[in-house]
Design a protein around this ligand. Sequence first.
Ligand SMILES: Cc1cc2nc3c(=O)[nH]c(=O)nc-3n(C[C@H](O)[C@H](O)[C@H](O)COP(=O)(O)OP(=O)(O)OC[C@H]3O[C@@H](n4cnc5c(N)ncnc54)[C@H](O)[C@@H]3O)c2cc1C
Length: 614
Amino acid sequence: MGLFSSRKTVVVDSDVLVIGGGMAGCGATYESRHWGRDLNIVCVEKANIERSGAVAQGLYAINTYMGMQWNENQPEDHVRYARNDLMGLVREDLGYDIARHVDSCVHKFEEWGLPMMRDPETGQYQREGKWQIMIHGESYKPIVAEAATKAASKVYNRIMVTHLLMDKTKPNRVAGAVGFNVRTGDFYVFRATAVIVCAGGASHIYKPRATGEGMGRTWYAPWSSASAYALPILVGAKMTQMENRIVLTRFKDGYGPVGAYFLHLKTYTQNAYGEEYESKWYDHTKELVGDYVDRHPVPTCLRNHALLEEVKAGRGPIRMVTKEAFQDPHKETVGWENFLGMTIGQAVVWASQNIDPKHTNPELTTSEPYVMGSHATCSGAWASGPEDVAPSEYQWGYNRMMTVDGLFGAGDTIGGAAHKFSSGSFAEGRIAAKAAVNYVNNLGKEQPQVSEAEYEDLKKVVFKPMENYEVGRNEIVAGTVSPSYLLPMHGLQRLEKIMDEYVGGISANYITNEPLLTRGLELLEMLKEDLNHLGAEDLHQLQRAWELQHRVIASESVAQHTMFRKETRWPGYYYRADHPKLDDTDWHCFTLSRYDRESGEWEMEKAPVHHIID
Ligand SMILES: Cc1cc2nc3c(=O)[nH]c(=O)nc-3n(C[C@H](O)[C@H](O)[C@H](O)COP(=O)(O)OP(=O)(O)OC[C@H]3O[C@@H](n4cnc5c(N)ncnc54)[C@H](O)[C@@H]3O)c2cc1C
């Protein structure tokens, strides 16, 4: 019997369980109630949904809005745009499905009180770019969370979900989830008929540029800890495009966003000597990727590529020319407000470094890689598509259901569909919820059954790091060092170093190859063995321990996918030095993986890319 076996177990029943109350989770919770008036809808969140997820500190723009009411764009246009940006590889059925529903979501945000900027002449939403509209979005998340809270039977805040539960009567069917309250330490068992995973993307799987005292500063939210991938992976759900990590060009040291600067303020970049540099790399890039370099707009990864090459050629730093735009007082205000509503840290960094963009052109740099399914990238779970548009190979069940029965996902969780952003993630949450409610209603008496033995075993596993600490601290030799446990921070730094050096992080200039990946996977295996000895001195550290576990399994998936795809599809995101060119003959396909938790083996396969939009 373990030291913590006396902990309270709380059992919660639900028809639909939403894991993660970020943008997708709020959309899923809201929509579940619309279709399932009498159902028991539960949302579980490790923070507090009022200020959780990647939108926690607010946004200045909603990046996905068609504007169909004003005939600005059609869903087909957005599919073409996302396909182009992802170098040809997107699930067009999923993207189309989101694009056709996203506008109505944005209209709801406005109805709920989100202040939208409008063009004073036309009265239409103020465009920042072709797809983006500008908002006064500091309170974006609380506004969306209020709607979800009102819709839910109950929201359980401060509960970190660690594992999914499987049905004891039918293989490959989900039956709920377990986790623990990060404040009280109670163990929670959520029994559910359908589960929608909306647990966000993954930061801190690669060593960040900001280390030491600044290591909390990353571009993607530091609390995005890969649960969205780990939870499904561990129950055998197929994943797709996990190699398609994203690298962002951002203002140096504060990761401040550049979109409003480029699109609205019309700023531009130059090298250290004041020269335009992107065109210099045109021929070189064309050799690598062919005609993709001629597409408009130039794919995000290729713009990174030109910057990286220019820096490698010794003509860095790259700067954004802000001095001209900031002479216009309106643009100067917009430039600063852009940070104040979204990334206040960038304004603080500039203040601390004596940078006034009116007088100094600030430096840009490329970030460490992140994994997510909602930005200019499309890693995540392989999901069934919408009945009316998905080709038969992409349809095996309900819309947004993974390859595990009853397990749905949305937002960063679902792979293959890039450029969802905040609004598209919310829309996808709604889409998944509608399907999940159908699934619940159609199931009738065939309800999944949770095994008490399974969750009792998991309870021991979940609290083991606290037990390890309790025992191991008696052997502390100096400071916090004990020979018998590993602290979550140490494990995290080890993970980040492995991913950085072997799987194409910043210190390797985003370069990897088969021998590096092979060694990286060996080191990840050793790290996994050591994770059995994680020590957590309190509940906060226990959360860190489980976040680390989730990051490690997601990282392994990234490494496996990177190994499998023998080409460099997205130069600027990462490079397979042993296969330096894009290869449409063999690799115009999705990569799929399935992890077998019994054997620890990964099965890899290719899936076709069907183009349903011309
Ligand atoms: C810096 C930055 C700038 C951005 N700029 C824009 C922009 O300008 N416009 C735009 O439209 N979009 C923008 N985005 C993108 C947008 O924020 C994301 O696309 C969107 O939030 C993804 O939604 P999601 O629900 O998948 O993830 P999130 O919104 O991150 O939600 C995930 C939720 O899951 C919870 N969670 C995680 N793990 C667990 C667990 N194990 N147990 C319980 N709960 C868990 C998290 O706490 C969180 O609440 C930006 C993102 C970032 C980080």
